[in-house]
Structure formats: C-alpha cells, structure tokens
Design a protein around this ligand. Structure first.
Ligand code: SF4
Ligand code: SF4
Length: 116
C-alpha cells in the first residue's frame, strides 16, 4: 500500500506555564540590544557558517524566545564566531556577543542542573 505524503505535526504553541525563560532573561540582561531585533534576516544572509552548513542565526533567536535550550545547545557550536553578522545588523545588535552569552548561559544552566 502506498504511504500518504502528509503527517500531522506537533503543536508549536508555547505553554507559558511551562516556558523556560532562563536563557532569554540571561541574554537580555547582559546584552539588552537583543530586545530590538526585528527579525530582518540580514545576519542569516551573511553568516559564514550558514553559507557552508545547515545553520541559521535567526532561528537561534527564535529558539531562545521559545525557551528551547536543548535544541540551542545542539546548534550553537556551529557558529564560527567570525562576527560578520554583527557588522551587517541594521539595529546594531552585538550578535556575536549574543552567541557568546548563549554558550555561557547554557553552560551555567547545565552546571546548576547537575548540582541539583
Ligand atoms: S540582522 Fe539584526 S535585526 Fe536583523 S535579524 Fe539579525 S539580529 Fe535581528
Ligand atoms: S559570528 Fe557566527 S552567526 Fe555570526 S556570521 Fe559568523 S558564523 Fe555566522
């Protein structure tokens, strides 16, 4: 029997009762410019890593806002820290610093989880 080509997807709705905002708060506290991102995609278009592999810096921004820390920790090491995204951001967001903060924040969260 032929398989039909569609599947149902899991809900993408954010449950704010369960929402993990630890990383979002950490990044916003240390790099307040992160708040003014308008999701234009200029950083993604110029990204050195994104031109070579499956990596999308704008998607990282969405993952932080959704509190998806596990997915972020799988993605973040693909960044080469070249800083091109920071140069082209029309809002002047220090995206390279955002990436450094994500790495630092994830490692702090993992450390605190291991202690509990
Ligand atoms: S270039 Fe700047 S404003 Fe545009 S999506 Fe990237 S971080 Fe946000
Ligand atoms: S710093 Fe990372 S995210 Fe920014 S352009 Fe370079 S590889 Fe891409």
């Amino acid at each position: 029997m032929n398989k039909f080509g569609f599947t149902t997807q899991e809900s993408r709705a954010i449950d704010y009762g369960q929402f993990d905002d630890r990383l979002l708060s950490y990044v916003q506290h240390h790099e307040p410019t992160f708040l003014i991102c308008m999701s234009c995609g200029a950083c993604t278009a110029t990204c050195s890593a994104g031109n070579l592999i499956d990596f999308n810096i704008r998607r990282l921004s969405l993952l932080i806002r959704r509190g998806e820390i596990l997915q972020l920790s799988n993605e973040i090491d693909k960044c080469m820290l070249c800083g091109k995204c920071t140069l082209v951001c029309p809002r002047g967001i220090n995206t390279r610093n955002v990436i450094m903060l994500i790495k630092k924040g994830i490692s702090q969260i993992k450390q605190s989880e291991n202690q509990n």
